[in-house]
Design a protein around this ligand. Sequence first.
Ligand code: ADP
Ligand code: MG
Length: 323
Amino acid sequence: QSTIDKIAAGEVVERPSSVVKELVENAIDAGATAVTVEIKDGGISFIRITDNGCGISKEEIPMAFLRHSTSKIKTVEDLLHVTSLGFRGEALSSIAAVSQVELITKPADALTGSRYLIEGSKEVKLEEIGAPNGTTFLVRNLFYNTPARQKFLKSAQTEASYISDFMERLALSRPDISFQFISNNQPKLNTAGNGNLKDVIYRIYGRDIAMNLLEVHTECEFMKVDGFIGKPVISRGNRNFESYFINQRYIKSSLVAKGIEDAYKLHLMQHQYPFTVLHLTMDGTLLDVNVHPSKMELRFSDGKGVYEFLYESLKEALEHKEF
Ligand code: ADP
Ligand code: MG
């Protein structure tokens, strides 16, 4: 196994939650409508991700684990129109470099499924077996061959909480996909995948919050806002309960938060942070999401316009409401 593979792996795979993120994003890119994530020991010893997506044919499996091989970009033009979540073709090779991976997969049109074992970048087995349509990835003993990286891991409980936070944001970002999250055999999250955002909020935050929401739907020439803002009774002392998504991706943007918070403050006449789950939709060419590889920080080409639209539309949405 090459040093280069191990170094590259460090950039994509920092901790168990990065493995979950990459594999779940692959499942979504594969068109899955249901994704189950199971972990043990915070994902350090065991991560299993099962999807009902398109599967991988036996011939394509070894290729998928090569660095910079991706089925998602075929031409230079494709690069300009990337809509899939991952397109660098590094995740599987990076994960396989630092763990023991078992893959069981079957495309719907294949007669049999395949089972593939790869450990520390070394292929161990590729065989045909019976399998349901879709894909299961099992990732065992993360960083078993890179003890230096293992030292940077936090406690199993903390690692589990990172994965749990990620799963919650993911469920909020895609109410149309059913997510299940199980940690140490305990079911932690289960969403229906029926497209109902309020239902997902209820599953994650409980009844008190779900009962105290105002629905928001506004739009202008360049963007659309849909989702929920909490009534003042559930307002907060910090930003931890503000979630924003742009084009179905979780983002952090102080500009977006500020636009919403300022409208909320004007309405409440005191400084409080709202509970929010808001989905913004806008033309991808108006933003730059690749500022950071984790794709959470982003820039708007017209930040002022975005702020003003959010401020005005939230102000209006709150104005005509009785709390
Ligand atoms: P990328 O997602 O950037 O293409 P990855 O290393 O994450 O690169 O995955 C490599 C390839 O493996 C993908 O392009 C895809 O063809 C295939 N693949 C990975 N996970 C799945 C999955 N859950 N279902 C179907 N195909 C998958
Ligand atoms: Mg990927």
